[in-house]
Design a protein around this ligand. Sequence first.
Ligand code: SF4
Length: 86
Amino acid sequence: MQCRAGCGACCIALSISSAIPGMATGKPAGVRCLQLNNDNKCLLYGKPERPAVCLGLKPSADMCGRNYKEAMANLEYLEKATEPDN
Ligand code: SF4
């Protein structure tokens, strides 16, 4: 599966605990990554500064659903299900 062009749901819905350029402590869930441009494309794509966690996350039908709304709902569910207290 390929990423939907201009989606960016995973760059908003998920928390990232490692540093991102411009976000030294990563980002909380639901916060837009500073590296996501206005077209919802990663400004670091293909660059060494892109966090390893972003490189490792691959699109899948289960996660990305059929559209942005489904992707956000699935990602919010996954985020909550993998919180340390859960
Ligand atoms: S660094 Fe790029 S891929 Fe990672 S969350 Fe930010 S915009 Fe998305």
